[in-house]
Design a protein. Structure first.
Length: 249
């Protein structure tokens, strides 16, 4: 697969970002991998905005998932929505061109896993994708000091990375508020994504704190009716925005 792969170029250039201000991103980690294309299309048909694609390498995190060929397979299956690749791998740079060629839209990585964070951010952009930085629950926001103006996404982990179905860590709420305030002050459109333990019953507080992109794995794929779960999440998004005194767009 080369960066000029016509399939991936076509897939990415035809992508429009979702119009809604808040995006719901089901994580494939909780999907049935034997039916991944069908499951990804089902959650999009049920109202999800993008597909969150968790990549684990058994080094940076103690779990192993999927790589670029599976991302490319989703594109070839016909998934047109943005694919939000979350790299939990070390080293990072080797995989960036492959995921870009495979049709990734966003590529996010953990700064501890890259020797040269600025270089990795630029590498992602040079390959036509939107860069994101992922901060673990105990990782300092200092990482944003010299990177925020180059990022399209800040992904705040609300569990320790590696597994689906863990409990939401509430101390991330303060980090969401702080990142949201820093992004507002910067005037940029950088997204604030939260990943881990997101359920219908904590969506409102996460949105109230300033998150606009919500990853949910087990809460969506583990539910009997994807559309009903996503509808319930949307109504909690509206509640969170109202509590924060913001109008929902
Ligand atoms: C965890 C992954 C998450 C995970 C979320 O390391 O990055 O995206 O799939 O799963 P839930 O929503 O079940 O916590
Ligand atoms: Zn993730």
């Amino acid at each position: 697969m080369s960066p000029a792969d016509p399939d991936s170029t076509r897939a990415r250039s035809s992508q429009l970002l979702p119009a809604a201000r808040h995006w719901i991103a089901p994580s494939i980690l909780s999907a049935d991998f034997a039916r991944l294309g069908e499951q990804a299309q089902a959650v999009l048909d049920a109202g999800a905005d993008l597909i969150h694609f968790d990549v684990m390498d058994n080094h940076y995190v103690p779990n192993l998932t999927v790589g670029p060929v599976v991302c490319q397979a989703l594109r070839r299956y016909g998934i047109r929505a943005p694919i939000d690749v979350h790299l939990m791998v070390r080293p990072v740079d080797r995989l960036v061109p492959d995921f870009a060629a495979a049709g990734a839209s966003y590529i996010s990585f953990h700064p501890e896993a890259s020797d040269h964070v600025d270089r990795t951010i630029h590498l992602i952009r040079e390959h036509g994708c939107r860069p994101g930085l992922v901060l673990n629950p105990a990782t300092s926001l200092d990482w944003l000091d010299y990177t925020l103006d180059q990022l399209d996404l800040v992904l705040l982990m609300s569990v320790n990375p590696g597994f689906a179905g863990q409990q939401f860590i509430p101390s991330v709420l303060g980090k969401i508020r702080e990142v949201h305030a820093r992004i507002r002050a910067s005037g940029r459109e950088t997204r604030v994504e939260v990943d881990g333990g997101i359920k219908v019953d904590n969506v409102a507080q996460v949105v109230e704190a300033g998150a606009d992109t919500l990853v949910a794995g087990s809460a969506i794929f583990g539910s009997a009716d994807y559309a009903a779960t996503i509808r319930a999440m949307r109504s909690q998004i509206a509640r969170g925005e109202a509590t924060a005194g913001r109008a929902v767009r």
